[in-house]
Design a protein around this ligand. Sequence first.
Ligand code: FAD
Length: 302
Amino acid sequence: MQQKQFEVIIIGGSYSGLSAAMSLGRSLRQVLVIDSGLPCNRQTPHSHNFITQDGEKPQVISAKAKIQVDFYDTIQFYNGLAVSAIKTEKGFEVKTESGKVFTARKILFATGVKDLLPEIKGIADCWGISILHCPYCHGYEVKKEKTAIIANGEMGFEYAKLISNWTKDLRLITNGKSTLTSEQTQILKKHQIEIIEDEIDSVEHENGNVREIIFKNQSKVSVKAIYFRPPFEQHCKLPEVLGCELTEQGLLKVDAMQKTTIPGIFASGDNFIQARSVAMAVSSGSFAGASINRELIDEDFS
Ligand SMILES: Cc1cc2nc3c(=O)[nH]c(=O)nc-3n(C[C@H](O)[C@H](O)[C@H](O)COP(=O)(O)OP(=O)(O)OC[C@H]3O[C@@H](n4cnc5c(N)ncnc54)[C@H](O)[C@@H]3O)c2cc1C
């Protein structure tokens, strides 16, 4: 059976991928969106700070987006995991886990990142519920509450400074010896931010709502919220396999047109940007869609 040749394959059909699909659908482009259904915010009960959808469930926002994108009849969806992608003479060939093969002239990776949570009991259960990464997303809901930050060194200092905007009832848990400078330590003390160097054993919670942080020395501290920025990796390794360069932070390198370092491959959303939010994912996806359309027009109108 002859394979359908798409103009664009979008790998990742969450906020950024769907936003790109809308730009491309409205540009009459033949597009396939491949999505494995694991957005990074899937455990958070409510998403905030995206205008018109403030406080909405993350799944409701993406379901609404999918209905609106599905309106454009040149867009097709495939639910599954893309496991390989190769460069061909005419563009790219993408294979899914179930063995389906699709081809297209351009690829957009809107694949997000994977947060690498430490194996401390309770952290994964509370992630996105009461263990938060971003005050703009969730800080208002826990404003003025008794709060902990898990971080150390320069990042810990900057994080504590930032979060002190939302609550003054704050302690910085360095989870081992503090690497703050003495000047940073003095400034935190001046703002009544306690520095706790004890190592964390576990986080006690009820349905993801943190109650206490238990330390290895058996001491504990009860808090309502914890801020924590875990390390991350690219959710999808295919861009790297195709030769796309990463930044020092492990993000995909793109230019002002969302082009990666490999011609024909674009990236949008969390996989390239440090400021992670639905709004930024939607914005960069929308722009990537327009940029891909522009490149296709330029190639065909010569
Ligand atoms: C716990 C948590 C809470 C958050 N809360 C908020 C909030 O309140 N407000 C806010 O604005 N932002 C919030 N964010 C940030 C926001 O969720 C992200 O910025 C946003 O989801 C990024 O969208 P994206 O489309 O780039 O990536 P994602 O939403 O992560 O989606 C990537 C998609 O690509 C798919 N995919 C990956 N690899 C493949 C592959 N090989 N084949 C097929 N599909 C693939 C995944 O399954 C997934 O569906 C939160 C993030 C986290 C982690």
